[in-house]
Each structure stands twice: as structure tokens, then as C-alpha cells.
Ligand binder design. Structure first.
Ligand code: HEM
Length: 206
């Protein structure tokens, strides 16, 4: 018998944060490309692109505050931490599934529950992004927004060229990440299942 039940996996603050963040990052990538390759693109004037980039940057920083308040405030941040004892083995199993099992119709080795919603690879990726890469991108963005004001910190990091290079490298990372992340999010029991869950909060459990 086909046993299905709906499990509440993404609480409202996570969904609100996620979609503000997703739209924000996509817009930051587009306006960032316009700023970086001003002579090759013509979507906005340079001034418009810079202004939009700055405003959206602050929206993404504000949304990050919502994510952090929710996850740290409720103690649910532990969802992001892998179990050190089983982590390597869990990663191998998940890689085997994505590389082979999925094409043979094997079931996903990770069972999603509200207390353990991410598989080992998601934990590794999301932890790196939310704890390291996004904060670095926000801080370097702030420094580039008001260079004079943050002069001392910029010097501490080795100068404006270093800060700019870090910001641009991470910008390319997020550009690629969005495509990989969207592809992986289509690997649920139907291509739109995870996407739907990120809107409704409920994931169908088989
Ligand atoms: C248009 C772009 C995006 C789409 C369509 C999308 C879609 C999704 C979907 C369907 C999920 C739930 C399934 C899963 O965990 O894989 C998810 C979760 C997640 N996404 Fe995205 N995403 C996008 C952009 C981003 C960006 C730009 C970031 C970070 C910079 C991001 C970070 C995350 C994180 C951390 C989670 C787990 C959230 C949680 O449950 O705590 N996403 N995304």
C-alpha cells in the first residue's frame, strides 16, 4: 500500500527568509554582473545597478538576521550540524545515491524528518554557506559600500583589492550555486516536490 503523510518541515520564518534570500541573491548576481561587466551589459545604468545592488544587499542582510534569530532562538540550528561519528559514511552513501542509486530508482538513503531534515551533503553545503560564505559576502559587501568608513578594517584584511577579490570570487560561487541548488532541489519524489514544500512548509513523506 502507498503510505503517504504530510510532514511540516519548513516553518514560516524559514520559508520567508529563504524566498527573500533566493530572490535577493539572484538580483544581486544580475546587478553585480552589470556593475562588473558594465561595458558588455545594458540592463541598467551603472548608477542604477550600484543603487539596486546596495538596497538589495541590505534586504539580504536583514533576511539573514531573520534566519539567525529563528534558528538560534529556537535551538533548531543543530539541524545544520552533521553527526561527526557518521558524517563520512553518510556522505559516501549520499554521493552513491546521487551518482548511481537515483538512476536505478533506489530510495533516498536519507529519511527527511523535522528533526533531521538535511542529508549529510546538504548539512555540509548549507553549514558552509550560512556560517562562512554568506557572512563573508555580507561583510565584504558592507566594506565596499563605504570604503572610507571601514578603511581600518579593509587595511586589516590586506587592502581594498583583497576585499574586492574575495567579494567577486564569492559572487561567482553564488552564481554557480544557484544552478546546482535548483537542480538538486528537483530530485524529490517529483521534480517540484521540494520546491512546493519550501512554499507550503509541508513535505510529502512516503
Ligand atoms: C531561485 C533560487 C533558489 C531556489 C529555487 C531554491 C530552492 C530551494 C528548495 C526547494 C529548498 C528545499 C529543499 C532543500 O533543502 O534542498 C531550499 C533550501 C535551502 N536553500 Fe534554496 N533555493 C534558491 C536559492 C538559494 C540561495 C541563493 C541560497 C543561499 C545563498 C539558498 C539556501 C538554501 C538553504 C540554506 C536551504 C535550507 C533551508 C532550511 O530548511 O533551513 N537557496 N532551496
Amino acid at each position: 500500500m502507498d503510505e503517504r503523510k504530510m510532514i511540516y518541515i519548513h516553518p514560516a520564518p524559514v520559508r520567508v527568509w529563504h524566498w527573500i534570500n533566493a530572490v535577493g541573491i539572484v538580483l544581486l548576481v544580475i546587478t553585480g554582473l552589470q556593475i562588473r561587466f558594465a561595458e558588455m551589459m545594458n540592463l541598467f545604468s551603472l548608477e542604477e545597478a550600484i543603487n539596486l545592488h546596495n538596497y538589495i544587499g541590505f534586504v539580504v542582510i536583514g533576511a539573514y538576521g531573520l534566519w539567525a534569530s529563528y534558528y538560534f532562538g529556537t535551538g533548531k540550528i543543530k539541524l545544520y550540524f552533521p553527526n561527526p561519528k557518521t558524517f563520512i559514511c553518510d556522505c559516501k552513501t549520499q554521493i552513491q545515491y546521487y551518482g548511481m542509486g537515483i538512476f536505478k530508482g533506489d530510495p533516498n538513503p536519507h529519511e527527511m524528518t523535522p528533526d533531521n531534515k538535511f542529508n549529510a551533503l546538504q548539512k555540509k553545503a548549507y553549514l558552509t554557506i550560512m556560517f562562512i560564505l554568506l557572512p563573508i559576502q555580507m561583510i565584504t559587501g558592507l566594506f565596499l559600500w563605504r570604503i572610507k568608513k571601514f578603511e581600518d578594517y579593509i587595511d586589516l584584511l590586506g587592502g581594498i583589492k583583497i576585499v574586492d577579490t574575495i567579494h567577486v570570487i564569492l559572487f561567482f560561487f553564488f552564481f554557480v550555486f544557484v544552478f546546482v541548488h535548483i537542480y538538486l532541489s528537483t530530485l524529490g519524489h517529483t521534480p517540484l516536490a521540494h520546491m512546493k514544500a519550501m512554499f507550503t512548509g509541508y513535505e510529502e513523506h512516503h
